[in-house]
Design a protein around this ligand. Structure first.
Ligand code: 1HE
Length: 260
């Protein structure tokens, strides 16, 4: 099955995994309004046979961020609405139906980093570099980056990237938390698919809790967080699938945790 809502965003289905590919390599996968709208439609409309997704980019770079050619004519009100459009689309990536693994390579800059930050796991290959050139272009992030990126690396590091134009290479990006995995050049997509397949094998309620509940707990006071944790813990363990999985382990029919 293959489907897409825009020729520059491809969707390929591999079993229970959807691979969503930005396909505008001549413009370094710069994110035009139709591409953002298409991402929203895709992540809103994944069929329930899909259990995890991978987001990647064609060509030398993951994504060069906002399509700067579209920026020039907007007034303040239109700029506000434009940012809100990005928020709505990237919200569907982060709080959609399935965990999303970003397979990164080359430039992951500006809105490209904002998009990657909306994913649940980021796999960077050795060619990856991260930057927020908004600072030097006289603009600000508008795709949720000021909310999501400080949660990954802290506000001080994000301010450094925007104030000084600092570029983090793949190793540095992984060290500070922009990516959770660092792999050799050209292998981020394979690793991302491998991870997505593992994720797809989890109990759906566990994946739901990790996507929708964990980030909310992180925003709560400890007191409220403990209660929310107890509630979701009670719900997940009561699912028949959880009972089956625990029984399987107790009968020696499920994998043991292995040293890495
Ligand atoms: C673009 C864009 C773009 C490339 N919008 N057209 N993002 C940036 O400020 C990053 C701008 N891009 C770059 O710094 C570089 O292009 C890259 C490091 C990503 C890649 O370099 P390179 O040498 O491989 O490619 P290139 O020769 O710079 O670009 C190839 C073409 O893509 C060229 O067009 P051409 O018609 O002359 O071939 C570029 O103009 C075009 N291109 N990037 C439009 N971003 C919700 S708010 C988010 C705010 C932001 O994201 S601001 C940061 C924007």
């Amino acid at each position: 099955m293959n489907f897409s809502t825009h020729p520059e965003v491809l969707v390929e289905v591999k079993g229970s995994i959807a691979i969503v590919t930005l396909s505008r390599p001549a413009k370094r996968n710069a994110l035009s309004d139709p591409i953002i709208a298409s991402l929203r439609t895709i992540f809103e409309g994944l069929p329930n046979t899909i259990k995890a997704a991978v987001l990647t980019g064609q060509g030398e770079h993951f994504c060069a961020g906002l399509d700067l050619a579209e920026l020039t004519e907007r007034d303040a009100g239109q700029g506000l609405q434009h940012s809100r459009m990005w928020h709505a689309a990237l919200d569907r990536v982060q709080f959609g139906t399935v965990p999303v693994v970003a397979a990164l390579h080359g430039a992951v800059v500006g809105g490209g980093l904002e998009l990657a930050a909306a994913c649940h796991i980021r796999v960077a290959d050795e060619t990856t570099f991260f930057a927020l050139p908004e600072g030097s272009r006289g603009i600000f992030v508008g795709g949720g980056g000021s909310v999501r990126i400080p949660k990954l690396i802290g506000a001080a590091r994000m301010a450094d990237m925007m104030l000084t134009g600092r570029v983090h290479d793949a190793a540095s990006g992984e060290r500070i938390g922009l990516a959770q995995y660092l792999v050799s050049a050209g292998t981020s997509l394979d690793r991302a698919v491998e991870l997505a397949e593992k994720i797809a094998g989890n109990a759906p309620l566990t994946n739901y809790a990790l996507m929708h509940v964990l980030p909310r707990i992180a925003e709560q006071s400890a007191d409220h967080g403990f209660l929310t944790e107890a509630l979701i813990s009670g719900i997940t363990q009561s699912a028949p699938e959880a009972k089956e999985r625990v029984q399987a382990f107790l009968h020696g029919k499920a994998h043991k945790v292995q040293r890495s």
